[in-house]
Ligand binder design. Structure first.
Ligand code: DQA
Length: 153
């Protein structure tokens, strides 16, 4: 059975391509998702993608992931990374292993971006590598040794 990976993007990431290109680059979210779909096909991964500007929408999608066979999550929660206890709690509740991705190097930016409420729950984090961060996270997800609860039955 193909490994099932869900890529979740949070607020304002639908504007990639036109949003602060000096910080986030010129690729659109559609470009990124297209590249990830190609990489996933090569890796034999079943890929799902989701973006919402709403905290509750992201939380609902993560709850659904618990029931739809998702085995690994790649998440760029945007600004909610730095603020959302609710999103953190959702990730803890569903207990699906995840990697946190940020296009920009948040540690070279404003202080409020240095704190992630998700990072200590994550398997790991990739920051500052632009769109390559998503691809690297997907390659990692494809071979990550899943805990027994998340492994296919
Ligand atoms: C971001 C970094 C966040 O601080 C910011 O709020 C974003 C994008 C990134 O990908 O670099 O929306 O997550």
């Amino acid at each position: 059975m193909a490994r099932s990976v869900l890529v979740v993007n949070g607020p304002n990431l639908n504007l990639l391509g036109s949003r602060e290109p000096a910080v986030y680059g010129h690729s659109t979210l559609a470009d990124i998702e297209r590249e990830l779909a190609q990489v996933a096909a090569g890796l034999g991964v079943a890929l799902q993608t989701f973006q919402s500007n709403h905290e509750g929408g992201l939380i609902d999608r993560l709850h659904a992931a618990r029931l739809d066979g998702t085995q690994f999550v790649i998440i760029n929660a945007g600004a909610l990374t730095h603020t959302s206890v609710a999103l953190r709690d959702a990730l803890a509740a569903v207990a699906i292993p995840f990697v946190e991705v940020h296009l920009s190097n948040v540690y070279r930016r404003e202080r409020f971006r240095h704190r992630s409420l998700l990072a200590d729950l994550a398997v790991g984090s990739i920051v500052g590598l632009g769109v390559a961060g998503y691809r690297l996270a997907l390659e990692f997800a494809a071979t990550y040794s899943l805990p027994p609860a998340a492994a296919p039955g």
